[in-house]
Structure formats: C-alpha cells, structure tokens
Design a protein around this ligand. Structure first.
Ligand code: KG4
Ligand code: ZN
Length: 357
C-alpha cells in the first residue's frame, strides 16, 4: 500500500488529498475561493495567493485526519508546480517542500495538466474501468484545450491545441457577455437547459487537416448578437462596468435571448470538441478516449462524446473534473513508481508544458 499526499494550489482552489496506490481516494479536501472572486468577475491573483496562505495548513490537516493516517504512513508528497498563477503555485510548492523536508518524505512535482488526466484513474464505483494505452486525452479547462496522445504512464504527445481561447475561457467570457455569474461554464450549462440551440446560427471552426481548435470567432459571433441588443457591451468590460451597463439598460438586457444564446454557444463548442476528438482517436487508433479538466464536467459534452464515439469514453465525476488534489496524488503515485523525485530546488513554472511544442 503506497499512500501519497497531494497538494494543489495552482489557481483558486486550495486542495489536499490522500490517495492509495494511485486510485483509491482516502480523503479529498477542496476549499474553493469562488465566492471571494465572484465580485471581480474572474480570478484576482493576489487575493488567491493570500487566501491559499490562510487555508493551506487547515486543508492539509483535514486531509490527513480524514485519511486516518500518520505522516509515517505516507510514501511521498506530490505537489502542482505549474502551470498556473505564480503566487498561488508558490504557496503549494513551498508548503510541500517544508512538510517533505520536515517529515523526511520524498517530494514529487506534478504538472497540473497531467493531474487532470489522472483524475480518470481515481476509483469512484465498484467496477472501475480497465485503462489501456494508447489513449486519447482531451484536456478542456479554463487555461487549456489540448488533444494528447498518451502511449504509457508519463508518455505524452500533443496532437492539437487551441490557437486562441481555451474552451473554459470561452465559456467564462461568453458567460460574462450574457450577464451570467462567474464562472461561466456551469452558468451557461444551467441557462442553456431552457434554450433552443438552433435559434441562432453560430460558427464552428473546424481548422481542417489539423487537430487544433479556435473559439475566438464563435465568441465574436456571440458578441455581435449581444451588441445588436446592447451596443455598450465590449470584451474589455470589467465585471463592475458590465453590472453598471446592465443596471442602466434593464429593458435591453431583458430582451436578450440569453437561454438561446447559451444553448447555441454550448452546442457549437461541444460539436467541435467531440468531432475533433473522434477524428484524432480514429487517426491514432487509440483504445479509449478520456475527458479531463473543468469543462469535462459539462453533461452535454460527456453525453455527446459517449454517443458519437464507438470507443469507450471515460470522464471523472464532476467534482474530480475541476481542480482538486486527489488527481495530483494519483499522478504523483505513478511518477513515484517510475522513480521520479524532485529536489529541494523545485520551483514553480507558471507556463509549464506537458510536452514541448
Ligand atoms: O480545470 P479547472 O477547474 O481549472 C483550470 O485548470 O482551468 O477548469 C475551470 C474551467 C472554467 O473555465 C469553468 O467555466 C469551466 O472549467 N467549467 C465548465 C463547467 N464546469 C466548469 N465549463 C462548461 N460546463 C461546465 N459544467
Ligand atoms: Zn485545472
């Protein structure tokens, strides 16, 4: 039995978890800061790092207590060292270093994107899925949209990526345009339930012959429609200005077909994601497709991916799609088994890549 303590502070969740043998969750504690940031309409980096400092030790103590383990029972400490907000990452990395040094435990730095992929290894029911390589991982989060060919543990090849906004970023920006609360992803999913996805003809960027993505054209198309209803809206609007604009033009905003726009936008993003994942999976003859990252929590995406692919499709439960530390502990286990260890010089790398290029 190999137990790893995972620590994650790359963005706005302070998280710690203990995972046994890379798959069994013994504890998984996430302190979300979302309520703090909502007033700014996005993540406020300085506020995030200060909040991590306040929360990190209570969260780790709770994770250890819920796992009912002593420090001696741990094999290693795994921590996210990038990509992410530098100030936020620093809190996790320095805490992990201090604890590992003090307790005489190995330290393992983990790439946040790798963590998202490993959320699929965590066991959530009695009949866990067999995972075999090669597989295609589609990472769709607030900062990333990537198609990754995984040929073995720790072996990645990036097949495609976004040329502009990440899928989650597009959800967040369009959510703001529609006057929805932050983060836009869950708000758009909720609002879209009452909308007709065919009410507006919205573009899909296929970027044929590549496995890349682009969402800026779609975002602009939504902006143009919103502008027809209210010409004060612009991408540069801060959440505060946006609220002022909204409160000054209530009749205009009331006319905006928010549900139809949310449904149309969501359908467009998901259509492209699913189709491009399906084509890459076929080309590289993978055995299964994995969804990972915050946008993978979207029910329509999960459902469409499973329906439109002949291959098995794996996705973590919603709470393990968004940022958490169990996924970091899982990735840490497989790196630990492969003999990876970080030294005390481990530093944060805010633009860390999973694979070069
Ligand atoms: O993985 P994550 O928690 O953080 C990053 O590493 O970026 O992803 C957060 C992103 C946000 O952009 C959020 O709007 C999006 O995931 N998201 C969703 C849903 N839940 C979260 N997007 C679409 N539908 C959802 N249900
Ligand atoms: Zn993430």
């Amino acid at each position: 039995m190999t137990c790893i303590l995972g620590i994650e502070t790359s963005c706005d969740e302070t998280a710690a978890a203990v995972v046994e043998d890379g798959r069994r969750i013994l504890s998984n504690v996430v302190a979300s800061q979302i309520e703090l940031h909502r007033q700014y309409g996005g993540i406020f980096p300085e506020v995030a790092s200060r909040q991590h400092i306040l929360t990190i030790m209570p969260v780790i103590r709770q994770a250890m207590a819920e796992a009912e383990l002593d420090w001696d029972d741990l094999a290693a400490i795994a921590v996210t060292y990038g990509p992410g907000l530098p100030g936020s990452l620093l809190v996790g990395v320095n805490t992990a270093k201090g604890l590992a040094y003090g307790r005489g435990l190995p330290l393992i730095g983990i790439n946040h994107i790798e963590g998202h992929i490993y959320a699929n290894w965590l066991i959530v029911d009695d009949s866990p899925q067999e995972i075999s390589f090669p597989l295609l991982a589609m990472v769709v989060s607030g900062g990333h949209t990537e198609l990754i060919l995984m040929t073995d543990h720790g072996q990645y090849r990036r097949l495609g990526h976004t040329l502009d906004d990440a899928a989650g970023e597009a959800f967040d920006k369009v959510g703001r345009l529609l006057g929805l609360e932050f983060p836009g992803g869950p708000a758009i999913e909720r609002t879209a339930q009452d909308g007709n996805p065919l009410a507006f003809k919205l573009p899909r960027a296929w970027l044929k012959g590549t496995h890349n993505f682009s969402f800026s054209g779609l975002k602009t198309a939504v902006l143009r429609i919103v502008q027809k209803y209210e010409d004060k809206v612009s991408f540069a609007d801060s959440a505060r200005n946006r609220r002022v604009a909204v409160s000054q033009t209530p009749s205009v905003i009331r006319q905006l077909p928010v549900a139809n726009l949310a449904a149309g936008f969501q359908a467009s993003v998901i259509d492209v994601l699913v189709e491009k994942a399906r084509m890459a999976a076929e080309e590289y003859q993978v055995k299964l497709i994995m969804l990972a990252g915050g946008v993978a929590a979207n029910r329509l995406l999960r459902q469409q991916m499973a329906e439109r692919s002949a291959l098995p499709v794996l996705y973590p439960p919603p709470a393990l799609c968004t940022d958490n530390a169990a996924m970091i502990a899982s990735a840490g286990y497989f790196r630990y088994q492969a003999g990876h260890r970080s030294d005390w010089g481990l530093d944060v790398i805010s633009s860390l890549k999973l694979v070069d290029g």
